[in-house]
Design a protein around this ligand. Structure first.
Ligand code: PAF
Length: 280
């Protein structure tokens, strides 16, 4: 597995691969890898000849400096995991390499960024949009792989890829869960033992709400139930629990046809903010 820290050396390597008619898959990450990321590498390996994983903690998508400072950085462990997973190349640039100058461009994703994560983390999707656009231009992949766990990010990136005609296929892979249902996330490592045990309630409540909605219970009643379940556990500080249209991400009062809605949640456990969703 090759490791690149400069855009120039990565481009030289990729140009060589393209000359040999190889297809390229990109898995963008911020490191602190877990099996959720590895499932994206596996999916990319099935579809493409060369899999590039970027490992870059992107400062422009953090609106909270403490969150950025505490974001886990575990490059050596990441490198070993990627090597074992059969990844072809890692791109791990420094902040200076990625941002030789502070970008002035502002991306506006309209209604997609005014709800949920966008409302709670102002500027977050502008930062995501800029960094993934740079990665798409640097790597020029045939396919790029994102996890469904970051559902709103997937919607924003899909909009970006369509609006700017990036011309590659966006592949969305299912959320990978721990045995107790907790969605795998780099942030899980920041939970203490008590918080980690409580974190499984997020999926329990999501799954319960999904079952109730499928059984025909009104959306408002189900949301009320879910919020009261979070309130029962004092360690949780619920940010949002919403039933939304999968395309617009706007809240719905009635659920639509199968696969057209999602339940999305964000909650703090101590200082750690966790998100999850299910599509139904
Ligand atoms: O999902 C993430 O880890 C990040 O938002 C991404 C897509 C790598 C951009 O920094």
């Amino acid at each position: 597995m090759e490791v690149f820290t400069s855009v120039k050396s990565l481009r030289q390597y990729l140009d060589h691969q393209l000359l040999q008619q190889k297809t390229i898959g990109l898995v963008p990450t911020m490191g602190a890898l877990h099996n959720g990321h590895i499932s994206l590498i596996e999916a990319a390996k099935k579809d493409t000849d060369i899999v590039v994983c970027s490992v870059f903690v992107n400062p422009t998508q953090f609106n909270n400096p403490e969150d950025l400072a505490k974001y886990p950085r575990t490059f050596e462990a990441d490198r070993i995991m990627l090597e074992n997973a059969g990844c072809s190349a890692v791109f791990a640039p420094s902040v200076e390499e990625m941002y030789p100058e502070q970008p002035v461009l502002k991306m506006n994703f309209g209604a997609l960024e005014t709800v949920m994560e966008g409302a709670s983390r102002p500027g977050h999707f502008n930062g995501v949009g800029i960094v993934v656009s740079k990665l798409f231009n640097i790597v020029r992949p045939h396919r790029a792989y994102f996890g469904q766990k970051d559902l709103q990010q997937v919607s924003v990136v899909r909009q970006l890829v369509n609006d700017l005609a990036f011309g590659f296929e966006l592949v969305v892979c299912p959320t990978v869960r721990e045995t107790d249902g907790l969605a795998m996330s780099s942030r899980n490592t920041r939970l203490d033992a008590n918080e980690r045990a409580l974190a499984s309630h997020i999926y329990r409540i999501l799954a319960g709400a999904g079952a109730d909605l499928r059984a025909g219970k009104p959306v408002s009643e189900v949301i009320g139930w879910a919020k009261s379940e979070f309130e029962k556990i004092s360690e949780f500080n619920l940010d949002y629990f919403e039933v939304v249209n999968l395309k617009t991400l706007l809240p719905v009062e009635k659920i639509g046809s199968t696969g057209s809605n999602a339940i999305c949640v964000a909650a703090f456990l101590g200082p750690v903010r966790l998100i999850d969703n299910i599509i139904f």
